[in-house]
Design a protein around this ligand. Structure first.
Ligand SMILES: [Fe+2]
Length: 281
């Protein structure tokens, strides 16, 4: 039996948009049966972006993730990146690449579910692409993983997130701790959190592999209970790796067992099921 620590102090809320609709149920808070971690941000789809450079690399990444206790990965190639060869919009060729990866993971006997997704660069065309259904949401849900350039203006990020939410889509903000505006004005996260936007931190930021500024910002967000989900944002098997080995223990040791479970298991699972996420403030 593992000892439950006191963070978060209050029972986590279950949110529907901005509304609290209930508490995390007792079984969700206390069940210790099995660990089923889900990674909602991973560049495992081969030859699609700066992530896996071959099917062999993708399979190695899949194996690393599964060995660390990850049961599901949402494959999220960069989408809508200016100057990128692959835009990774929703079309038949992209769907075929997802299917091939799923099949190859299955053929290799790796116990890992792969779901389709994308990490969408927020550009002025993003809402139009959304309306035309050209963007790939996370696991076919109403959650959309979005990113910004690291030096993006605060007002632009705010406007874009509001515009996406106005379309009935829940924006999942990829690694906000890496954005300069957030590092300089940490209070911004509280505003996004209050609006119901999903805050996704990177494993590498938390563990200090993506610079001191990102690590400091991530620690601040976690200590205030403002993160909803942590993901690997893995690109390869050496530097930016998949899997949650080390991370799970680090989160438990520093922020408590309950919160670690919300970040690595419960919220990613809820996103995959298109259910309201849990907030732990
Ligand atoms: Fe990414």
């Amino acid at each position: 039996m593992r000892i439950m620590r006191g963070f978060p102090r209050k029972a986590p809320w279950v949110m529907q948009g901005r509304e609290a609709v209930g508490f995390l149920t007792a079984p969700e808070q206390t069940s210790l049966v099995g660990v089923m971690m889900l990674d909602i941000h991973c560049h495992i789809l081969p030859n699609s972006d700066d992530g896996a450079d071959s099917m062999e690399t993708a399979l190695l990444m899949a194996r690393m993730a599964a060995d660390s206790g990850v049961t599901t990965i949402i494959a999220t190639p960069h989408s809508n990146l200016p100057r990128a060869k692959e835009k990774n919009f929703r079309d038949a060729p992209l769907a075929m690449r997802f299917v091939e990866l799923i099949q190859r993971v299955r053929d290799a006997g790796i116990p890992l579910e792969i779901q389709p997704g994308a990490e969408v660069m927020c550009m002025p065309n993003t809402v139009e692409l959304l309306r035309k259904k050209q963007l790939v949401t996370l696991a076919r849900t109403d959650y959309l993983l979005v990113e910004f350039f690291f030096d993006e203006r605060l007002e632009y990020m705010d406007d874009m997130l509001d515009a996406i939410a106005a379309e009935g889509i829940h924006p999942v903000v990829a690694h906000p701790e890496r954005y300069e505006a957030v590092q300089q004005a940490p209070g911004l996260i509280g505003q996004w959190f209050a609006k119901g936007y999903i805050i996704q931190l990177n494993k590498g930021s938390i563990l200090g592999r993506l610079g001191r500024s990102a690590q400091k910002a991530a620690a601040g967000i976690l200590s205030r209970g403002l993160a909803h989900v942590v993901a690997s944002d893995a690109h390869d098997t050496l530097a930016r790796t998949p899997g949650f080995s080390g991370l799970q223990q680090y989160l438990e040791d520093n922020y408590g067992f309950d919160y670690a479970r919300v970040l690595l298991e419960l919220n990613p699972e809820r996103i995959c099921r298109n259910q309201p996420i849990i907030r732990a403030d």
